[in-house]
Design a protein around this ligand. Structure first.
Ligand SMILES: [Zn+2]
Length: 185
């Protein structure tokens, strides 16, 4: 396998507070020595990221076998986060819990709505079962989830981030809901 990432996305950050929260979390990560404050070309597909710091192991499970080989990309602005190259096969309605396969009829509807969300900041897709208009970020997914957020911390080629670390990072986000995604390319 090639490159692997792990993302902690803040589902409640808005365009107005994403940059402030990104600065707060990055300052904490640098103070802890998890990453370095200065940015270098260290993440795939992005010009700059924060390379691992001297205490990167504070972020990961104890049973790591290889140190991180790349850095942290901090995303601010509307971003659709995926679980890697494979997209979900089904969408789950948060209202009625119906699981709807993402077939050739439904994918284009979601795709258009995702683009509208990216451009305009809001879009809905009607649930095929209960007909409720569901906002794009509120949909849930099968075991290859997506997340639509204004803020995300994307660690490239790191050992598994520990639950403790994820919880500590989340406490800096003003009580916002977060989601953890991982995948590879
Ligand atoms: Zn529904």
């Amino acid at each position: 396998m090639g490159d692997r990432f792990q993302v902690i996305a803040d589902l409640d950050a808005t365009t107005t507070d994403a940059a402030r929260l990104a600065t707060r979390v990055t300052a904490w990560l640098a103070a802890e020595g998890v990453v370095l404050a200065e940015r270098t070309p260290c993440v795939p597909g992005r010009p700059l990221g924060h390379p691992p710091g001297p205490h990167w192991e504070r972020a990961v499970d104890d049973d790591w076998d290889r140190p991180p080989s790349d850095g942290l990309a901090v995303h601010t602005g509307r971003t659709g986060f995926t679980s890697g190259a494979d997209l979900p096969d089904a969408a789950v309605c948060p209202r009625c819990r119906a699981v709807t396969p993402l077939d050739d009829t439904l994918w284009p509807r979601f795709h258009d709505a995702m683009r509208t969300w990216h451009d305009a900041g809001s879009a809905t897709v009607a649930c095929p079962v209960c007909a409720a208009p569901v906002a794009v970020p509120d949909w849930t997914w099968d075991d290859r989830p997506l997340a639509f957020a204004h803020l995300g911390f994307e660690f490239w080629n790191w050992p598994d981030l520990s639950d403790t670390f994820q919880a500590r990072l989340t406490t800096l986000l003003d009580g916002h809901r977060t989601v953890y995604l991982w995948g590879g390319y």
